[in-house]
Design a binder for this molecule. Sequence first.
Ligand code: DLL
Length: 436
Amino acid sequence: MEKRNFYEPIEVASRDEIEALQYARLKIVLQKVYEHVPFYKKHFDAHGVHPDDFKHLEDIQKFPFTEKQHLRENYPFGLFAEPREKILRVHASSGTTGKPTVVGYTKNDIENWAKVVARSIYASGGRPGDILQVSYGYGLFTGGLGAHYGAEKLGCTVIPISGGNTEKQLQLINDFKPDIIMVTPSYMLNLLEHMQAKGMDAKNCSLRIGIFGAEPWTNEVRKYIQKELNMQATDIYGLSEIIGPGVANECFEDLGDLYVWEDHFYPEIIESKTLKVLPENMPGELVFSSLTKEAMPLIRFRTKDLSCLMPGRVRSMRRMQKILGRNDDMLIIRGVNVFPSQIEEIIFSFHELAPLYQLEVDKSESLNKLVVHIEMKASHAKAILGQPQKQQALSERIRRRIKERVGINVELHFHESAGIERSIGKAKRIIEKKNV
Ligand code: DLL
């Protein structure tokens, strides 16, 4: 492997240099959106701020936030800061209600996006010449095409299989021998299950690195994947509103938190209720401002993702803590705040259980009750499922651990083998009440 530990020199520039660049870029972006996006002119005017008020980097705090709602209200192209003819590509995220949120890219945006994804693959340990399978979905979702352009930019041989088509995925892993896979962690678990069922030697497959993102995944999932596939699992973060994958990525020399590519995206952490900016090391909601985006730069976009910022170590750019939940994924069960990731950690710590779960909030009683849907591993199912006493004992151990660690009593529902829906993209962790 090359000695150089960065893809672009700015990753290790001095803080002064990075901050000077952020200031200069943000100044241009503020001016541009004020002049070219009617929404921002109104929004800034309504808050009594003007781009001329931006004299120091901290002055960004004077500017109002952008919310997902604002994208919907300006559907489809109302937030574009460039003439439509300059927009080479659009992506959209489906959203749970009504209209999708649409984002646009100019030629330069697509180039910058490819660079930050190439940088992310490099930080994960990928190098030019590696074979890289892209198993994120291609289409309006940013995962597939984002990964694809980045991998080509770095100089990898790309296998653009997209999500789904599980048998074909395994065939290509077997025959083309990719070094790297980019895929949601839940689909990786699904692929692994199929490999094991087919008798493929997952531990000795060609994959060396997995670059997983698009959904929260705990360190328990990391440990499981690393052990079963004998590969390095790294975390890639991003969101379509800001660019797609490649906003932040783990560095293989310093695993645990993600490095924010701060020359393109200016991060802040706020307290969601008071909207106050929090200092480093304090957990809160991530907010990003675009520094280089041309087609649709956003100012102080509220991601709803919960994290905290910390100084860099192997790069000078700041780190963000691995995201374990979103504001709107938080369940309130009998007055206790619960994130699916807390349950995930516990399910993954039981070797008898298959590495998947779904949560159902039963609102039929006056206080919400949480039903945890789980499955036994095929190898343990026979020994336990037909044996009420053994199943009862296991059930008690799981419930006790959840009570100890999360502070709530849950109901467990064991499913037959393959009874829980498998993911081919982003896993659906929270389900509507089932009639089971
Ligand atoms: O999921 C972009 C992406 C594609 C990122 C592929 C990484 C890999 P959206 O569909 O707009 O974009 O969803 C963005 O997904 O606000 C987070 O809640 C969640 N998310 C993305 N990456 C991670 C991650 C893509 N590494 C939303 N960890 C974000 C936890 C993640 N959550």
